[in-house]
Design a protein around this ligand. Structure first.
Ligand code: F6P
Length: 356
């Protein structure tokens, strides 16, 4: 008798990032070369609830997907999957229902593509017996356990391009330009883009700043004959002794405009503020992100073939390895204030707003 065809599932969860489709493509192509069937689950973990929403993905379905932004499976933020309230195995518990769906669908593995929130949900499902394998995604690059998440490089490219463009208009008008970039808890995009684009000031969540110190830097540049300045600020940055700023419940934003208003007041200069927002998340992935996503997708299928569950594929040096999901969810990968990158920026005269 012919043996039953092996099946794996794949879903995308949390905020989208360039490279999601490239991972899906790699999963489908690698699984198909093993003779396995791939089920694409819609709307993140939500697709496992209720009547279930999914479809079979074939090689034909992923044709042309490598450069395409977004996710063909769509995504949701957490949805019904908040923190588990008790260890009781109640039928009302979305985690219990999701594990039941995975069993009913006959999945030998479920590949969960997402950031820290996603991998936390995956870990809970694994504790209940689900065969999950994580793939690390987020433009913020703040997921622990891996050297790099896919999506970050593309966001960095968009942010650097924005700084380049702001430079020419800032210099033409002798203005201060403030660019607010994403980075909920960490300043990776601001730091890398600020260095790559030649910013004068970089403000990140890991280093609370003094706005007076930032104003001094702007003034010092004026005195030196550079009458314009570029300030890059991560959305999660905050003034010393102050709090992160929100535009709505759970939605960070507003720090760029606050910095702009304060600098206008303190320096008397003409200031303009640009909030880059979701331009950093949309569109085609960079070659680096396409490659990383492809490697992650293929490695996740390899992990399923070897029966490695409860782990996340990760980049370590030049290699793709797997690390326990518990490690990936244990802490956030933050910029170290005394790291080589920060010291490099300081040695170039870039101000972080904490200088004495
Ligand atoms: O975590 C990625 C991220 O892009 C953050 O930088 C940002 O704060 C957040 O997602 C915004 O997400 P959304 O607009 O989808 O709620």
């Amino acid at each position: 008798m012919a043996s039953k065809k092996q099946r794996i599932g794949v879903l995308t969860s949390g905020g989208d990032a360039p490279g999601l489709n490239a991972v899906i493509r790699a999963v489908v192509k690698s699984a198909s070369s093993l003779g396995w069937e791939v089920i694409g689950i819609h709307d993140g973990f939500e697709g496992l609830l209720g009547t279930k929403s999914y479809r079979v993905l074939t090689n034909a379905d992923v044709q042309g997907l490598l450069p395409r932004g977004g996710t063909i499976l769509r995504t949701t933020n957490k949805g019904h999957f908040g923190p588990r309230r008790s260890d009781e195995l109640s039928e009302a518990d979305p985690y219990v229902r999701a594990v039941k769906s995975i069993e009913e669908m006959g999945l030998r593995a479920l590949i969960t593509i997402g950031g820290e929130g996603t991998q936390r949900i995956a870990l809970e499902l694994h504790k209940l017996g689900a065969p999950v394998i994580g793939v690390p995604k987020t433009i913020d690059n703040d997921l622990a356990g891996t050297d790099r998440t896919f999506g970050f490089d593309t966001a960095l490219q968009v942010a650097t391009d924005a700084i380049d463009r702001l430079h020419t208009t800032a210099a033409s008008h002798n203005r201060v330009m403030v660019l607010e970039v994403m980075g909920r808890h960490t300043g990776w995009i601001a730091l890398h883009a600020g260095l790559s684009g030649g910013a004068d000031v970089i403000l990140i969540p890991e280093i609370p700043f003094s706005i007076e110190r930032v104003a001094e830097k702007v003034h010092a540049r004026d005195v030196q004959g550079s009458a314009f300045s570029i300030i890059v600020v991560a959305e999660g940055a905050r003034p010393r002794g102050g709090q992160e700023m929100y535009i709505a419940e759970g939605r960070l934003g507003g720090i760029g405009h606050w910095v702009g208003e304060q600098l206008e007041r303190l320096t008397g200069k003409d200031v303009r503020v640009v909030v880059l927002g979701h331009l950093q998340r949309g569109g085609s992935p960079s070659p680096y992100d396409r490659l990383l996503s492809t490697r992650y997708g293929a490695a996740a299928v390899q992990a399923a073939a070897r029966g490695i569950y409860g782990e996340m594929v990760a980049l370590r040096g030049q290699d793709i390895v797997t690390v326990p999901l518990a490690e990936a969810c244990g802490y956030l990968n933050r910029v170290r204030p005394h790291s080589d990158l920060v010291l490099c920026a300081r040695s170039l005269g870039i101000v972080f707003g904490d200088e004495l």
